[in-house]
Design a protein around this ligand. Sequence first.
Ligand code: FES
Length: 202
Amino acid sequence: MHWGAAMKRVVLPLAELDRRSFCRAFAVGAAGAMALSACAEDGDAVQTGPVGSEPPDQVGPDAGDPNSPDAGHVTTPDAAPTPIDAAPSGPTCGTGAVDVGAPTSFASGTATLISASSVFIVRDAGGLYAVSSRCTHENATNGVSSGRFRCPRHGALFNFDGSIISGPVSQPLKHYALCTMSNGHVGVDKSQVVSTSTRLDV
Ligand code: FES
C-alpha cells in the first residue's frame, strides 16, 4: 500500500482510537518498518533500527560467530577489582609496630639487619622471625658472618636463631613479635618478646 494511503488510514480515525490501538494500527500501516517513541509503554520498550535487529546490549546465542547476525553484540562483563596488596596474614600489627618492608624482601636463609629497630629479620622454612641484633655481652651490634651472627667487639658467635655458639656471653639473643601491617608489609613489635619458635608465615 502506498505510504500516503497508509497515513490517511491511521490519522483519520485517530480521535476515536485509544493509545494502544493507535500504535497497533500504525505498526500495521507502516509494515513494521519503524516505531514511535510515543508508543512505548511500561515494560514494553520501543526499539529503533531495522526490523528484526536486537538491541545492542543483548547477546544472542551465536554472538561469538562472526557470520551470525549477533556478531559484534558481545558485552564485556565488568572486570573484577584488582586488590592493591595480597590479603594480610598473621597477627595484625598494633600502633607500636614498625614497618620493616614487604615479606618478599626477605629471602629464605638470610638475615637482614633493620638498623632502626636493632633487629635482624630472618626467614627459615617456617617463615619470618625477628631476632635482636645486639650482642648480649656489651650491647654491640652483631654482624653476619658465614651464616651466623658475629659480635665485632669480642668475637661472640650466635646462630641465626639467637642461640649461643661461643664467646663471652651467657644469654641468647631475644626474639620479638612480628605482625602484618595494614599495607601487607611486615611489622616488628619490640614491646613483645616471643619464643624462639614463633614465626610469621608470610
Ligand atoms: S660485646 Fe659482643 S662479645 Fe662482647
